[in-house]
Design a protein around this ligand. Structure first.
Ligand SMILES: Cc1ncc(COP(=O)(O)O)c(C=O)c1O
Length: 419
Protein backbone atom coordinates (compact mmCIF):
# COMPACT_ATOMS: atom_id res chain seq x y z
CA UNK A 1 0.00 0.00 0.00
CA UNK A 2 1.42 3.41 -0.89
CA UNK A 3 2.26 5.97 1.75
CA UNK A 4 -0.40 8.22 0.22
CA UNK A 5 -3.24 5.83 0.94
CA UNK A 6 -2.40 4.42 4.35
CA UNK A 7 -4.48 5.60 7.30
CA UNK A 8 -2.70 7.18 10.26
CA UNK A 9 -3.21 4.02 12.32
CA UNK A 10 -1.56 1.98 9.55
CA UNK A 11 1.22 4.45 8.83
CA UNK A 12 2.13 5.41 12.37
CA UNK A 13 0.48 3.45 15.18
CA UNK A 14 2.52 5.28 17.85
CA UNK A 15 1.32 8.76 16.83
CA UNK A 16 -2.15 7.43 16.24
CA UNK A 17 -2.31 6.00 19.75
CA UNK A 18 -1.18 9.26 21.36
CA UNK A 19 -3.87 11.17 19.46
CA UNK A 20 -6.52 8.63 20.44
CA UNK A 21 -5.49 8.93 24.07
CA UNK A 22 -5.71 12.71 23.82
CA UNK A 23 -9.18 12.47 22.27
CA UNK A 24 -10.25 10.31 25.18
CA UNK A 25 -8.72 12.76 27.66
CA UNK A 26 -10.62 15.65 26.10
CA UNK A 27 -13.86 13.67 25.98
CA UNK A 28 -13.65 12.50 29.59
CA UNK A 29 -12.40 15.55 31.48
CA UNK A 30 -13.90 18.96 32.18
CA UNK A 31 -11.77 21.66 30.56
CA UNK A 32 -11.88 24.89 32.58
CA UNK A 33 -8.92 26.67 30.97
CA UNK A 34 -10.29 29.96 29.60
CA UNK A 35 -7.68 30.21 26.82
CA UNK A 36 -8.66 26.85 25.31
CA UNK A 37 -11.76 25.57 23.57
CA UNK A 38 -12.98 22.72 21.35
CA UNK A 39 -12.68 23.56 17.64
CA UNK A 40 -15.62 22.54 15.48
CA UNK A 41 -15.58 19.47 13.26
CA UNK A 42 -15.46 21.75 10.17
CA UNK A 43 -12.53 23.73 11.54
CA UNK A 44 -10.61 20.56 12.31
CA UNK A 45 -11.37 19.06 8.90
CA UNK A 46 -9.89 22.11 7.22
CA UNK A 47 -6.69 22.06 9.29
CA UNK A 48 -6.16 18.50 8.04
CA UNK A 49 -6.93 19.35 4.41
CA UNK A 50 -4.80 19.62 1.23
CA UNK A 51 -4.42 23.35 1.98
CA UNK A 52 -1.42 22.29 4.06
CA UNK A 53 0.61 21.50 0.94
CA UNK A 54 1.37 24.89 -0.58
CA UNK A 55 3.88 27.67 -0.13
CA UNK A 56 2.14 31.02 -0.43
CA UNK A 57 4.72 33.63 0.57
CA UNK A 58 3.32 37.08 -0.10
CA UNK A 59 -0.31 38.18 -0.31
CA UNK A 60 -3.21 37.45 -2.69
CA UNK A 61 -2.24 38.52 -6.21
CA UNK A 62 1.39 39.09 -5.11
CA UNK A 63 2.83 35.63 -4.42
CA UNK A 64 6.37 34.41 -4.75
CA UNK A 65 5.25 30.94 -5.89
CA UNK A 66 3.01 29.82 -8.73
CA UNK A 67 -0.11 27.74 -8.31
CA UNK A 68 -1.76 29.97 -5.70
CA UNK A 69 -5.11 30.54 -7.40
CA UNK A 70 -7.19 28.84 -4.70
CA UNK A 71 -4.99 30.15 -1.91
CA UNK A 72 -5.61 33.71 -3.09
CA UNK A 73 -9.32 32.98 -3.14
CA UNK A 74 -9.14 31.43 0.34
CA UNK A 75 -7.08 34.21 1.92
CA UNK A 76 -9.32 36.90 0.42
CA UNK A 77 -12.38 35.07 1.75
CA UNK A 78 -10.79 34.87 5.19
CA UNK A 79 -9.82 38.56 5.15
CA UNK A 80 -13.32 39.61 4.03
CA UNK A 81 -14.92 37.52 6.78
CA UNK A 82 -12.60 38.91 9.45
CA UNK A 83 -13.30 42.48 8.32
CA UNK A 84 -17.05 41.90 8.23
CA UNK A 85 -17.16 40.14 11.60
CA UNK A 86 -15.23 42.87 13.40
CA UNK A 87 -16.24 45.77 11.13
CA UNK A 88 -12.56 46.55 10.58
CA UNK A 89 -10.95 48.52 7.76
CA UNK A 90 -8.07 46.07 7.37
CA UNK A 91 -7.31 42.48 8.38
CA UNK A 92 -4.16 40.40 8.15
CA UNK A 93 -4.95 36.72 8.71
CA UNK A 94 -1.44 35.30 8.35
CA UNK A 95 0.01 35.54 11.90
CA UNK A 96 0.70 32.05 13.16
CA UNK A 97 0.03 32.81 16.84
CA UNK A 98 -0.98 35.56 19.24
CA UNK A 99 2.64 36.23 20.09
CA UNK A 100 3.69 36.69 16.46
CA UNK A 101 0.63 38.88 15.88
CA UNK A 102 1.78 41.12 18.72
CA UNK A 103 5.34 41.09 17.44
CA UNK A 104 4.19 42.13 13.96
CA UNK A 105 2.02 44.90 15.43
CA UNK A 106 5.02 46.28 17.34
CA UNK A 107 7.27 45.98 14.28
CA UNK A 108 4.69 47.98 12.33
CA UNK A 109 4.29 50.79 14.87
CA UNK A 110 7.55 50.99 16.82
CA UNK A 111 11.32 51.27 16.50
CA UNK A 112 13.56 49.34 18.91
CA UNK A 113 13.92 51.33 22.14
CA UNK A 114 10.52 53.05 21.83
CA UNK A 115 8.41 53.30 24.96
CA UNK A 116 5.34 51.14 25.45
CA UNK A 117 2.89 51.16 28.35
CA UNK A 118 0.96 47.96 29.11
CA UNK A 119 -0.65 45.99 31.93
CA UNK A 120 1.77 44.21 34.27
CA UNK A 121 1.96 40.46 33.74
CA UNK A 122 1.40 39.90 37.47
CA UNK A 123 -1.86 41.86 37.24
CA UNK A 124 -3.20 40.01 34.19
CA UNK A 125 -1.16 41.24 31.21
CA UNK A 126 0.63 38.92 28.77
CA UNK A 127 4.34 38.12 28.37
CA UNK A 128 4.32 39.83 24.97
CA UNK A 129 3.14 43.06 26.60
CA UNK A 130 6.69 44.01 27.58
CA UNK A 131 7.81 41.41 30.10
CA UNK A 132 11.58 41.43 30.61
CA UNK A 133 12.04 37.75 29.64
CA UNK A 134 10.15 38.27 26.36
CA UNK A 135 11.28 39.90 23.09
CA UNK A 136 8.84 42.75 23.83
CA UNK A 137 10.68 43.69 27.02
CA UNK A 138 14.10 43.28 25.44
CA UNK A 139 13.43 45.25 22.23
CA UNK A 140 11.31 48.05 23.65
CA UNK A 141 11.38 50.33 26.69
CA UNK A 142 8.50 48.64 28.51
CA UNK A 143 6.54 50.45 31.23
CA UNK A 144 3.52 49.20 33.09
CA UNK A 145 0.24 50.10 34.73
CA UNK A 146 -1.28 47.89 37.40
CA UNK A 147 -4.69 47.37 38.96
CA UNK A 148 -6.13 49.42 41.81
CA UNK A 149 -4.99 48.05 45.17
CA UNK A 150 -8.49 48.63 46.56
CA UNK A 151 -10.59 46.98 43.86
CA UNK A 152 -8.13 44.83 41.86
CA UNK A 153 -9.73 46.46 38.81
CA UNK A 154 -8.35 48.78 36.15
CA UNK A 155 -8.08 52.29 37.52
CA UNK A 156 -8.18 54.55 34.48
CA UNK A 157 -6.89 57.53 36.49
CA UNK A 158 -3.81 55.48 37.36
CA UNK A 159 -3.37 54.51 33.69
CA UNK A 160 -3.70 58.21 32.83
CA UNK A 161 -1.13 59.19 35.46
CA UNK A 162 1.33 56.58 34.18
CA UNK A 163 0.73 57.62 30.56
CA UNK A 164 1.49 61.28 31.35
CA UNK A 165 4.57 60.22 33.32
CA UNK A 166 5.96 57.78 30.71
CA UNK A 167 4.75 59.44 27.47
CA UNK A 168 4.76 56.12 25.58
CA UNK A 169 4.65 55.81 21.81
CA UNK A 170 2.18 52.95 22.21
CA UNK A 171 -0.35 52.01 24.88
CA UNK A 172 -1.32 48.34 24.96
CA UNK A 173 -4.64 47.30 26.48
CA UNK A 174 -6.09 43.82 26.78
CA UNK A 175 -5.17 41.00 29.12
CA UNK A 176 -4.73 37.30 29.74
CA UNK A 177 -6.23 37.11 33.21
CA UNK A 178 -8.62 39.99 33.85
CA UNK A 179 -12.18 39.06 34.82
CA UNK A 180 -13.76 42.47 34.18
CA UNK A 181 -14.85 44.49 31.15
CA UNK A 182 -12.16 46.65 29.54
CA UNK A 183 -13.23 50.16 28.57
CA UNK A 184 -11.28 50.73 25.35
CA UNK A 185 -12.72 54.25 24.95
CA UNK A 186 -11.08 55.39 28.14
CA UNK A 187 -7.78 54.03 26.86
CA UNK A 188 -8.29 56.00 23.61
CA UNK A 189 -8.88 59.24 25.54
CA UNK A 190 -5.70 58.66 27.53
CA UNK A 191 -3.70 57.76 24.40
CA UNK A 192 -4.92 60.94 22.70
CA UNK A 193 -3.96 63.08 25.69
CA UNK A 194 -0.33 61.92 25.44
CA UNK A 195 -0.17 61.50 21.65
CA UNK A 196 0.24 57.70 21.86
CA UNK A 197 -0.90 54.97 19.50
CA UNK A 198 -3.37 52.45 20.92
CA UNK A 199 -3.34 48.70 20.46
CA UNK A 200 -5.82 46.25 21.97
CA UNK A 201 -4.89 42.59 22.34
CA UNK A 202 -8.28 40.85 22.50
CA UNK A 203 -6.92 37.29 22.39
CA UNK A 204 -9.16 36.30 25.29
CA UNK A 205 -12.38 38.20 24.62
CA UNK A 206 -12.43 38.07 20.79
CA UNK A 207 -15.51 35.84 20.73
CA UNK A 208 -17.34 38.11 23.16
CA UNK A 209 -16.40 41.15 21.06
CA UNK A 210 -17.49 39.45 17.81
CA UNK A 211 -20.86 38.65 19.39
CA UNK A 212 -21.33 42.19 20.72
CA UNK A 213 -21.31 41.17 24.39
CA UNK A 214 -18.06 43.00 25.24
CA UNK A 215 -17.15 46.59 24.22
CA UNK A 216 -15.63 46.79 20.77
CA UNK A 217 -12.01 48.02 20.51
CA UNK A 218 -11.99 48.30 16.71
CA UNK A 219 -13.52 51.80 16.36
CA UNK A 220 -11.10 53.33 18.86
CA UNK A 221 -7.79 51.49 18.32
CA UNK A 222 -5.10 51.87 15.71
CA UNK A 223 -4.39 48.16 15.78
CA UNK A 224 -6.18 45.16 17.33
CA UNK A 225 -4.51 41.77 17.67
CA UNK A 226 -6.13 38.49 18.63
CA UNK A 227 -5.80 34.76 18.79
CA UNK A 228 -8.51 32.62 17.17
CA UNK A 229 -8.69 29.63 19.50
CA UNK A 230 -9.98 30.97 22.82
CA UNK A 231 -13.53 32.36 23.09
CA UNK A 232 -13.54 32.67 19.28
CA UNK A 233 -13.34 28.85 19.08
CA UNK A 234 -11.36 28.61 15.85
CA UNK A 235 -8.06 26.90 15.01
CA UNK A 236 -4.96 27.58 17.08
CA UNK A 237 -3.82 30.80 15.43
CA UNK A 238 -4.19 34.59 15.27
CA UNK A 239 -4.92 37.68 13.19
CA UNK A 240 -4.48 41.47 13.19
CA UNK A 241 -7.05 44.18 12.49
CA UNK A 242 -6.12 47.79 11.83
CA UNK A 243 -7.25 51.08 10.40
CA UNK A 244 -6.48 51.67 6.71
CA UNK A 245 -3.66 53.96 7.79
CA UNK A 246 -1.71 51.05 9.29
CA UNK A 247 -2.63 48.42 6.67
CA UNK A 248 0.58 48.55 4.65
CA UNK A 249 2.87 48.62 7.69
CA UNK A 250 1.04 45.71 9.30
CA UNK A 251 1.20 43.60 6.15
CA UNK A 252 4.90 44.33 5.65
CA UNK A 253 5.62 43.56 9.29
CA UNK A 254 3.97 40.11 9.06
CA UNK A 255 5.56 39.26 5.69
CA UNK A 256 8.41 39.72 4.92
CA UNK A 257 9.19 41.33 8.28
CA UNK A 258 8.54 38.38 10.54
CA UNK A 259 7.12 35.27 8.90
CA UNK A 260 7.74 33.27 5.75
CA UNK A 261 4.88 31.40 4.12
CA UNK A 262 1.52 31.46 5.86
CA UNK A 263 0.03 28.22 7.22
CA UNK A 264 -2.72 28.19 4.60
CA UNK A 265 -4.61 25.22 6.05
CA UNK A 266 -4.91 27.29 9.23
CA UNK A 267 -5.87 30.44 7.30
CA UNK A 268 -8.64 28.34 5.73
CA UNK A 269 -9.72 27.13 9.17
CA UNK A 270 -9.78 30.75 10.38
CA UNK A 271 -12.15 31.52 7.47
CA UNK A 272 -14.45 28.75 8.73
CA UNK A 273 -14.29 30.06 12.29
CA UNK A 274 -15.09 33.64 11.20
CA UNK A 275 -18.15 32.33 9.37
CA UNK A 276 -19.24 30.29 12.40
CA UNK A 277 -18.85 33.42 14.53
CA UNK A 278 -21.31 35.34 12.31
CA UNK A 279 -24.16 33.03 13.26
CA UNK A 280 -26.95 33.67 15.76
CA UNK A 281 -25.93 30.42 17.48
CA UNK A 282 -22.51 31.88 18.15
CA UNK A 283 -23.99 35.02 19.70
CA UNK A 284 -26.11 32.94 21.98
CA UNK A 285 -23.07 30.77 22.77
CA UNK A 286 -21.10 33.85 23.85
CA UNK A 287 -23.98 35.10 26.01
CA UNK A 288 -24.13 31.68 27.65
CA UNK A 289 -20.36 31.76 28.29
CA UNK A 290 -20.92 34.91 30.37
CA UNK A 291 -24.01 33.54 32.14
CA UNK A 292 -22.06 30.39 32.92
CA UNK A 293 -19.14 32.48 34.19
CA UNK A 294 -21.47 34.25 36.58
CA UNK A 295 -23.09 31.03 37.72
CA UNK A 296 -19.73 29.34 38.36
CA UNK A 297 -18.49 32.45 40.17
CA UNK A 298 -21.54 32.56 42.44
CA UNK A 299 -21.26 28.87 43.18
CA UNK A 300 -17.60 29.30 44.17
CA UNK A 301 -18.46 32.32 46.33
CA UNK A 302 -21.16 30.30 48.10
CA UNK A 303 -18.50 27.69 48.85
CA UNK A 304 -16.33 30.30 50.56
CA UNK A 305 -13.85 31.01 47.78
CA UNK A 306 -12.50 34.51 47.36
CA UNK A 307 -12.63 35.81 43.78
CA UNK A 308 -10.33 38.61 42.68
CA UNK A 309 -12.65 41.64 42.05
CA UNK A 310 -15.47 39.67 43.69
CA UNK A 311 -16.79 38.12 40.47
CA UNK A 312 -16.63 38.22 36.68
CA UNK A 313 -18.04 40.07 33.68
CA UNK A 314 -16.58 37.72 31.11
CA UNK A 315 -15.48 34.14 30.48
CA UNK A 316 -12.98 33.75 33.33
CA UNK A 317 -12.51 34.31 37.03
CA UNK A 318 -9.47 34.44 39.27
CA UNK A 319 -9.77 32.42 42.45
CA UNK A 320 -7.57 33.65 45.31
CA UNK A 321 -6.73 30.48 47.27
CA UNK A 322 -4.87 32.12 50.15
CA UNK A 323 -7.75 31.48 52.57
CA UNK A 324 -7.73 27.80 51.55
CA UNK A 325 -4.13 27.09 52.50
CA UNK A 326 -3.25 25.61 49.11
CA UNK A 327 -1.17 27.00 46.24
CA UNK A 328 -2.51 27.42 42.71
CA UNK A 329 -0.14 24.70 41.50
CA UNK A 330 -1.29 22.17 44.09
CA UNK A 331 -4.97 23.03 43.58
CA UNK A 332 -4.68 22.61 39.80
CA UNK A 333 -2.89 19.26 40.23
CA UNK A 334 -5.51 18.05 42.68
CA UNK A 335 -8.32 19.10 40.37
CA UNK A 336 -6.68 17.25 37.50
CA UNK A 337 -6.68 14.07 39.59
CA UNK A 338 -10.44 14.50 39.81
CA UNK A 339 -10.77 15.11 36.05
CA UNK A 340 -11.09 18.91 36.07
CA UNK A 341 -8.39 20.68 34.08
CA UNK A 342 -7.62 24.24 35.12
CA UNK A 343 -4.51 26.42 35.18
CA UNK A 344 -2.70 27.95 38.12
CA UNK A 345 -2.47 31.73 37.90
CA UNK A 346 -0.85 34.58 39.79
CA UNK A 347 -3.23 36.91 41.60
CA UNK A 348 -2.48 40.65 42.04
CA UNK A 349 0.23 41.03 44.68
CA UNK A 350 0.87 37.28 44.69
CA UNK A 351 3.37 36.31 47.41
CA UNK A 352 4.23 33.01 45.63
CA UNK A 353 6.46 32.60 42.55
CA UNK A 354 4.93 32.13 39.05
CA UNK A 355 5.59 28.37 39.06
CA UNK A 356 3.50 28.05 42.21
CA UNK A 357 1.05 31.01 42.47
CA UNK A 358 -1.81 31.62 44.90
CA UNK A 359 -4.60 31.34 42.37
CA UNK A 360 -6.37 29.40 39.67
CA UNK A 361 -8.12 30.86 36.61
CA UNK A 362 -11.26 28.84 35.77
CA UNK A 363 -13.17 29.75 32.62
CA UNK A 364 -16.35 28.68 30.88
CA UNK A 365 -15.78 28.67 27.06
CA UNK A 366 -15.10 24.91 26.85
CA UNK A 367 -17.87 23.88 29.24
CA UNK A 368 -20.29 26.08 27.29
CA UNK A 369 -19.23 24.49 23.98
CA UNK A 370 -20.27 21.17 25.52
CA UNK A 371 -23.74 22.65 26.01
CA UNK A 372 -23.59 23.06 29.78
CA UNK A 373 -25.64 25.78 31.45
CA UNK A 374 -26.14 27.36 34.87
CA UNK A 375 -27.22 24.18 36.76
CA UNK A 376 -24.04 22.39 35.66
CA UNK A 377 -21.97 25.44 36.69
CA UNK A 378 -23.53 25.30 40.16
CA UNK A 379 -22.64 21.62 40.34
CA UNK A 380 -19.08 22.14 39.08
CA UNK A 381 -18.53 24.90 41.67
CA UNK A 382 -19.48 22.42 44.37
CA UNK A 383 -17.24 19.74 42.86
CA UNK A 384 -14.27 22.14 42.85
CA UNK A 385 -15.00 22.98 46.49
CA UNK A 386 -15.13 19.30 47.49
CA UNK A 387 -11.81 18.60 45.81
CA UNK A 388 -10.02 21.59 47.34
CA UNK A 389 -11.58 21.27 50.78
CA UNK A 390 -11.46 17.49 51.22
CA UNK A 391 -9.57 15.94 48.30
CA UNK A 392 -6.14 16.51 49.83
CA UNK A 393 -6.74 14.09 52.62
CA UNK A 394 -9.33 11.78 51.14
CA UNK A 395 -8.76 9.74 47.96
CA UNK A 396 -12.40 8.63 48.11
CA UNK A 397 -13.52 12.21 47.55
CA UNK A 398 -11.36 12.47 44.43
CA UNK A 399 -12.80 9.19 43.10
CA UNK A 400 -16.37 10.36 43.74
CA UNK A 401 -15.80 13.68 41.99
CA UNK A 402 -14.06 11.85 39.13
CA UNK A 403 -17.23 9.77 38.71
CA UNK A 404 -19.35 12.95 38.64
CA UNK A 405 -17.02 14.39 36.00
CA UNK A 406 -17.51 11.25 33.88
CA UNK A 407 -21.27 11.54 34.16
CA UNK A 408 -21.21 15.18 33.09
CA UNK A 409 -18.90 14.39 30.18
CA UNK A 410 -21.21 11.62 29.02
CA UNK A 411 -24.27 13.85 29.33
CA UNK A 412 -22.53 16.64 27.37
CA UNK A 413 -20.31 14.78 24.88
CA UNK A 414 -17.80 16.18 22.38
CA UNK A 415 -16.40 14.79 19.13
CA UNK A 416 -18.85 11.88 19.01
CA UNK A 417 -18.17 11.53 15.29
CA UNK A 418 -14.53 10.66 15.91
CA UNK A 419 -13.61 6.99 16.26
C1 LIG B 1 -3.72 38.40 25.79
C2 LIG B 1 -2.89 37.38 25.06
N1 LIG B 1 -2.13 37.77 24.04
C3 LIG B 1 -1.35 36.91 23.36
C4 LIG B 1 -1.33 35.58 23.68
C5 LIG B 1 -0.38 34.68 22.96
O1 LIG B 1 -0.95 33.77 22.13
P1 LIG B 1 -0.10 32.52 21.59
O2 LIG B 1 0.01 31.55 22.70
O3 LIG B 1 -0.94 32.06 20.43
O4 LIG B 1 1.23 33.04 21.13
C6 LIG B 1 -2.12 35.11 24.73
C7 LIG B 1 -2.11 33.67 25.07
O5 LIG B 1 -2.57 33.19 26.03
C8 LIG B 1 -2.91 36.03 25.46
O6 LIG B 1 -3.66 35.65 26.49
Amino acid sequence: MSIMSRTLAQADPEVSEIINNELERQQNTLMLIPSENYASRATMAVTGSVMTNKYTEGYPGKRYYNGCIYYDEMENLCIDRAKALFRAEHANVQPHTGSTANMAAYFAMLEPGDKILAMKLEHGGHLTHGHSVNFSGKLYDANFYGLSEDTDQLDYEEVRRRAHEVKPKLIVCGASAYPRTIDFRQFREIADEVGALLMADIAHVAGLVAAGVHPDPVPVCDVVTSTTHKTLRGPRSAFILSTKKWAREIDRAVFPGLQGGALMHVVAAKAVAFKEAQSLFFREYQRQIIRNGQALASSLLEEGFRLVTGGTDNHLMLVDLRNKDISGRDAANLMEEAGMVVNKNAIPGDPLPPAETSGIRPGTPGLTTRGMQEPEMQQIGKMIARVIHDGRSDQKVLAEVRAQVRELCEAFPIYEHLP
